[in-house]
Design a protein around this ligand. Structure first.
Ligand code: ADP
Ligand code: 5GP
Length: 210
């Protein structure tokens, strides 16, 4: 049934598992679109330009912000990050849901924008800070110094948990994934999101056997 695409916002302290969960969700429903952010941070080993991020320089980033091409943008860990507006609007109009992996500042900006009614926001918590650190180390992508910086920032990010519609404690990955699927399935079925419902019900009532 006809509907406008949702904006699914995933936020968490770094290492809690949002990229892993987002990836699983897109495997589960390949019609989901992932909002590829622009960033001024350097690529990590294995990161592909245009797939994980659009890696750009600060002047280009500033130009995109000035021309209104960013839906939201923020500085995180000393680098600039932003969500390009164009692909999100295209997906929404086509009735495709978009997943955002953004920090609390990005979540706040999208939620309070004109697109707010289409937002479903989910905060992902680690089972403990020790486990968060273990995951950052085990991911093997950041130096000890970068990991220490991310751990320092984790309390700040976590302090915004209550601004989100849903909160998942990502202990068991399978269980978290199933819960995420439940959230998305229910949100897609909300009456106010099913644009064609009035027409469908009218046809139903006028049909045979009415
Ligand atoms: P984020 O995107 O939030 O920074 P990632 O998705 O990269 O976090 O996850 C960080 C690390 O933790 C990865 O190595 C990932 O495989 C692992 N991980 C994610 N969820 C779980 C979980 N529920 N249990 C154990 N390890 C997990
Ligand atoms: P990382 O450098 O580990 O990929 O991401 C660092 C942090 O930046 C994460 O909390 C991630 O959610 C956030 N982030 C990534 N892209 C964006 C974006 O487009 N906007 C905002 N506000 N935050 C982002």
């Amino acid at each position: 049934m006809d509907r406008t695409g949702l904006l699914i916002i995933l936020s968490s302290p770094s290492g809690a598992g949002k990229s892993t969960l987002a990836r699983r969700l897109i495997e589960w429903d390949p019609t989901l679109s992932f909002s590829v952010s622009a960033t001024t941070r350097a690529p990590r080993p294995g990161e592909v330009d245009g797939q994980h991020y659009h890696f750009i320089e600060r002047p280009e980033f500033a130009k995109m912000v000035a021309s209104g091409d960013m839906l939201e943008h923020a500085e995180v860990f000393g680098n600039l990050y932003g969500s390009p507006r164009g692909p999100v609007e295209t997906a929404m109009q086509a009735g495709r849901d978009t997943i955002f992996d953004v920090d609390w500042q990005g979540g706040q900006q999208i939620r309070t924008s004109a697109l707010g009614p289409h937002v479903v926001s989910i905060f992902i918590l680690p089972p403990s800070l020790n486990e968060l650190e273990r995951r950052l180390v085990q991911r093997g992508q950041d130096s000890a110094e970068v990991i220490a910086g991310r751990m320092d920032k984790s309390r700040d990010e976590i302090s915004h948990w209550a601004e989100y519609d849903y909160v998942l404690v990502n202990d068991d990955l399978e269980e978290s994934f199933e819960r995420l699927v439940s959230i998305l399935t229910a949100e897609r079925l909300r009456r106010d999101r099913q644009k064609g419902l009035g027409g469908f019900v009218r046809t139903l009532m006028e049909g045979e056997g009415a």
